[in-house]
Design a protein. Structure first.
Length: 128
């Protein structure tokens, strides 16, 4: 009688909330009142902070001050849709970024919080 031993190392488990929709609406700004107030009183500061958290250049949102269309807000919204697999169109993103800029930043901030998954290393050994 032979026995077969199977050795398999445990694999990391990554749970994520996969959805092809935004987790909150564009007008759900009051879900987080402190952020809503921050965006209302100083949208450029808030946008710079969130852009940095997202991993982009801190000063990118300052491009929005120069014109009618908000190119940085638009680019961030499109990038976020692609990163998280959210349905939408470039036209809709452009309209939202142009006419609802503060609300878009609030929505993107909420999405970043809901979709961010902290990475935990289990049994990681420091180098000697």
């Amino acid at each position: 009688m032979t026995t077969k031993m199977v050795i398999k190392q445990p694999q990391a488990v990554l749970e994520s909330k996969d959805s092809d929709e935004w987790n909150s609406g564009i007008c759900d700004c009051c879900d987080n009142k402190p952020e809503c107030c921050c965006v209302f009183w100083c949208c450029p500061c808030f946008a710079c902070k969130k852009t940095k958290e997202y991993g982009q250049c801190l000063c990118l949102p300052l491009l929005d001050i120069c014109g009618i269309v908000s190119p940085a807000t638009w680019a961030m919204r499109v990038s976020m849709r692609y990163r998280y697999g959210i349905k939408g169109t470039l036209c809709n993103d452009c309209l939202m970024a142009t006419f609802c800029t503060p609300c878009v930043w609030c929505q993107m901030s909420r999405e970043m919080k809901l979709r961010s998954i902290p990475i935990a290393l289990i049994n990681a050994r420091p180098k000697n």
